[in-house]
Write a protein that binds this ligand. Structure first.
Ligand SMILES: C[S@@+](CC[C@H](N)C(=O)[O-])C[C@H]1O[C@@H](n2cnc3c(N)ncnc32)[C@H](O)[C@@H]1O
Length: 282
């Protein structure tokens, strides 16, 4: 556990570049972002006016997916790239869906600021027996999984909902996302669920949108997290052929939409794809 002073020092030391976690926080209406992040976000919005709604789409998909995982009987969550705490954090959604207070959640991020804020939130609101936030890097799978096992919050012999939501667009193909996902899928017990979403460049409406999405990637090169967009076909492989829960891999707003879902009437305008798959029994 890092101390508040250390957390604040981590924040101060990170203000030379916009941070993907804080930009996203700004877009979804959070309050943990700085001038450098907001200026970057507004530059993106000038090129992609609906970027804020794409981020909100990702966050809303996360909440609906967590609810469905709880309903499907999985009560442990490992949330890799959990980001900054904001409305609808996984432990809050899960505890609301299952008031028995027996859902366990481990938040993981490699960004010190996200971790610091998660720990502050958990200090204030969570149950230390069931909820924890740790630092680890998706790109260092053995180390990350050791920390999951050492956390004392997650029993890796039982099904887990592994969430990698709005993170894989920060993992380029030369960083071996296939090998990473294969490693994590292999570690999960049968019956586990894999929740994945990312931003897509599937089927842009016209050349201007195609170029705007290319510009987005170029802008993100100057942040802490350069990115990559993927089509549905390029993204589906990360589920490793596991059967997808209904309705499959879709534009995120088409995945169990509710009253609040943005783009519910036109999911393909959202630029976010997502799905949930279940690990079959051996
Ligand atoms: C766009 S935010 C998504 C936050 C949250 N998952 C959600 O859906 O609301 C992406 C997060 O992924 C984190 N991230 C990016 N690369 C990572 C890596 N290699 N390991 C762990 N976290 C990473 C960033 O620090 C950031 O907090």
């Amino acid at each position: 556990m890092i101390e508040r002073d250390e957390a604040l020092r981590a924040v101060e030391g990170s203000l030379d570049r916009p941070s993907a976690a804080r930009i996203y926080d700004y877009f979804i209406g959070g309050s943990t972002n700085w001038a450098i992040d907001r200026a970057f976000a507004e530059k993106v919005r000038a090129r992609l006016p609906l970027m804020g709604d794409y981020c909100l789409t990702s966050r809303q998909f996360l909440g609906r997916a967590v609810r469905q995982c709880v309903r499907a009987g999985v009560h442990q969550f490992v949330d890799i790239g959990s980001g900054l705490p904001t409305a609808g954090n996984v432990h809050e959604v899960a505890d609301q869906e299952r008031p028995q207070q027996d859902v366990h959640v481990l938040y993981i991020d490699n960004e010190p600021i996200a971790l610091a804020h998660s720990q502050i939130l958990l200090d204030d609101t969570a149950d230390p027996e069931r909820h924890e936030a740790i630092a680890a890097d998706l790109l260092q799978p053995e180390e990350l999984w050791d920390r999951v096992m050492d956390s004392g919050v997650i029993d890796v012999r039982r099904p887990i909902a592994l969430i990698v939501n709005a993170v894989l667009h920060f993992i380029k193909d030369d960083q071996d996302p296939d090998g990473l996902l294969e490693y994590y899928r292999h570690r999960l017990a049968p019956g586990s669920l894999l929740v994945l979403s990312q931003m897509t460049n599937e089927n842009p409406v016209d050349d201007d949108e195609r170029q705007a999405l290319a510009d987005l990637l170029e802008y993100y090169e100057s942040t802490t997290n350069p990115g990559v967009l993927r089509t549905m076909a390029e993204f589906e492989r990360f589920f490793g052929g596991w059967p997808l829960l209904k309705p499959g891999l879709v534009y995120a707003p088409a995945w169990h939409p509710d009253k609040a879902t943005v783009f519910a009437k036109a999911p393909s305008e959202s630029r976010v794809i997502g799905g949930v798959a279940r690990k079959p029994s051996l």
